[in-house]
Write a new protein. Structure first.
Length: 200
């Protein structure tokens, strides 16, 4: 009579099977690696003053919370009219225990801009990532990617967060910014953020 254990490799050896009643125990010092896949609820973002994103801006650099034409969350930046307007949003999070220390992280920001009349000169989205200490300190920006141009068509822009100093349980602050320059008093333009996610 043959006996099949409750934890075993499938035929071919490319899958580990845990049958009912079986379990996997990770001993001290052991790590189970799992690819990072985090998405951030946009309306839980904070403005640079630490206040919640609201339907009206308290400061000139605030995003406002809105729904786009598809009834999806939309962080809308300040309107530029014959000037340049920048808007900022903060996302704070803890790296999970499954994060592999020292590995780079890619942040994807779904962004674009809207315009009504006038002339849009430049429009960009940018990311600053800082490791936060528990004594009120913050390290230098570890995002290795410069600001990227955005267009009227929404697209995800990829930013590399250097993982050299990162370990599971680290606290990170992401600062997502849009900047739009509009020329002429006949129109307006604004940056938008539609999604923020992290992956490995």
């Amino acid at each position: 009579m043959s006996y099949l254990p409750k934890v075993y490799k499938s035929p071919g050896g490319d899958e580990m099977v845990v049958a009912p009643g079986g379990k996997i125990t990770v001993q001290s010092g052991g790590v189970v690696n799992k690819p990072l896949n985090l998405r951030f609820p946009l309306f839980l973002a904070k403005n640079v003053a630490g206040t919640a994103i609201a339907a009206s801006a308290a400061a000139a650099t605030d995003f406002i919370a809105a729904l786009n034409n598809n009834n999806a969350p939309d962080l809308t930046g300040a309107n530029a009219q014959n000037n340049t307007k920048a808007s900022h949003a903060l996302f704070e999070f803890i790296l999970p225990d499954t994060y592999e220390a020292g590995t780079d992280i890619t942040a994807y920001i779904g962004s674009g801009y809207s315009a009504s009349g006038g002339t849009t000169i430049t429009a960009t989205v940018d990311l600053v990532a800082t490791l936060q200490g528990d004594t009120g300190t913050a390290a230098a920006d570890i995002c290795a990617t410069a600001a990227q141009a955005i267009a009227l068509t929404i697209a995800e822009k990829a930013f590399t967060i250097t993982g050299t100093t990162l370990t599971p349980g680290c606290r990170l602050m992401l600062k997502v910014s849009t900047s739009v320059q509009e020329a002429g008093n006949t129109g307006t333009a604004a940056g938008h953020v539609y999604g923020v996610r992290l992956a490995q």
